[in-house]
Ligand binder design. Structure first.
Ligand code: CMC
Length: 429
């Protein structure tokens, strides 16, 4: 392949460098386009725009490949726990046993949150959405550590990162217990990360909770598989906000807000609500498939489709298998799992979905697993945020470490009125 690509516009011919990634993906570097031609590129929704070079996650949507730092997601899900995967994403390499135990202990020892922050969380209305509480609490967390918010100080950033990973489950669980009027259960230093979260969420008023090892494994799996997905909407938001040298807490709070939307992480909650609706409607899957195809209706099949996967989402495959195994072990038939399987079958055979390469995505089966563990539906996207946190942070760090870092500032093609005279108020209609 040549090193440059040529653009011919009338008499003008300009060369642009080609950037080749380690998996032979090719990017056209158009950063000098405007300076040389006066033109910009227009790509609404960033369908075809590379915003950065990144060494964290590789995904190939056509072949259904997903790797963190070169390791296949299937292998990581099989051999690592969430804390180990977080270390990998944050450091680019797997930890040895010493590094892992230092990292794990540092996280577990920091899971408590300041008293003032508990007061903030418990002063929100009980029916507040936990994603609103989560983003507000993450921003508020920084106010208790104001000597550690400099985004350009490596030591401060390192402690902030560990604090964020340590406290997100606590903030999440406290928001749930406040919403449900239950006593808060403080973290227990003898327990693991996932075990702590489950206990803080689901223990009785005296803190009694016996974690089922299958639930711990399933939750680890869910968190690992969500941990990164390259330049998705929330990760791009974290990078964009962080590019202004905004501190890591505020950048992550922004990412949480982006994730909340039903077209992104909020799809897991929306998907289970849709499955419930279908179940209540006599399980009439075909009716909902028809609705999704009807261009006059705004209804979409939640948990289907993806901007980059034009093949089966490998994460959905992992979750479907885990769903199967968990429900079999628990010896329960979740009717929503049965509806999900039927919906998948019908949609995958339907010409509309086949032609558009719409496959079940990561949010399709995750909700059924959360339900089996006992996580309430409004907490699903919060769990996604807990999983995605190391990925967000890894990208925030990578962006700051890049020698080519600049504030993110897209351009536009202006389509409004041309310059005009400002009329006096009495002359306006
Ligand atoms: N149900 C019915 N039709 C759909 C769906 C769906 N779920 N998704 C896409 N389409 C159709 C869409 O109407 C369009 O049809 P046409 O070409 O006739 O106009 C075509 O497929 C392409 O869709 P698009 O909206 O241009 O695709 P996009 O890449 O902009 O959007 C998406 C991707 C994920 C937002 C979209 O597929 C969607 O809304 N899915 C449902 C929500 C969902 O499950 N989101 C979770 C995504 S995975 C996890 C994450 O990213 O957080």
């Amino acid at each position: 392949m040549s090193e440059n690509a040529r653009l011919i516009n009338g008499e003008q011919e300009i060369e642009f460098p080609l950037i080749i990634g380690s998996e032979q993906e090719v990017g056209l570097d158009i950063s000098k386009l405007r300076a040389q031609t006066g033109m910009i590129t227009l790509d609404e929704g960033f369908v075809n725009t590379g915003s950065t070079r990144s060494a964290i996650t590789f995904l190939n949507g056509e072949q259904g490949i997903l790797r963190y730092c070169g390791y296949a997601i299937e292998d990581i899900a099989d051999k690592c726990d969430f804390i180990e995967s977080a270390y990998l994403l944050l450091n680019g390499e797997l930890p040895n046993s010493e590094q892992l135990s230092e990292f794990r202990s540092a996280i577990i020892s920091e899971m408590d949150i300041p008293e003032g922050l508990i007061n903030i969380i418990t002063s929100f209305p009980k029916d507040a959405h936990p994603m609103a509480v989560l983003s507000a609490a993450v921003n508020a967390l920084s106010t208790y550590y104001q000597d550690q918010v400099d985004p350009l100080d490596c030591g401060q950033v390192k402690s902030s990162i560990r604090r964020l990973i340590a406290t997100l489950p606590t903030i999440a669980a406290y928001s749930h217990r406040h919403a449900t009027g239950q006593k808060l259960i403080t973290p227990c230093p003898e327990l693991g990360y996932v075990e702590n979260f489950l206990r803080m969420m689901l223990a009785d008023e005296d803190g009694n909770y016996e974690a089922d090892p299958d639930f711990v494994d399933a939750l680890n799996l869910l968190l690992i598989v969500h941990a990164d997905h390259e330049q998705n909407c929330s990760t791009s938001t974290v990078r964009m906000v962080g590019s202004a040298n905004t501190n890591v807490y505020a950048s992550i709070a922004a990412g949480i807000c982006a994730l909340w939307g039903p077209l992104h992480g909020g799809a897991n909650e929306a998907c289970v609500n849709m499955l419930k609706q279908i179940a209540a409607d006599d399980g009439d899957v075909e009716k909902y498939v028809d609705m999704a195809k009807d261009k006059a209706s705004s209804f979409r099949l939640m948990g289907f489709g993806h901007r980059v996967y034009k093949n089966y989402d490998p994460r959905a495959r992992i979750f479907k298998k885990a769903c199967d195994e968990l429900l079999e072990k628990l010896d329960t038939d979740d009717p929503l799992f049965l509806i999900a399987q039927k919906l998948e079958r019908v949609a995958l055979e339907d010409e509309y979905f086949v032609a558009r390469k719409l496959y079940p995505n990561v949010d399709f089966y995750s909700g059924v697993i959360y339900r089996a563990i006992g996580i309430p539906v409004e907490m699903f996207t919060v769990l996604f945020a807990m999983g995605r946190l190391p990925g967000w942070i890894a990208h925030w760090q990578e962006m700051h470490a890049s020698p080519s870092k600049r504030i993110c500032r897209p351009r536009q093609v202006y389509t409004g009125p041309n310059g005009r005279e400002l009329p006096e108020i009495s002359e306006r209609s």
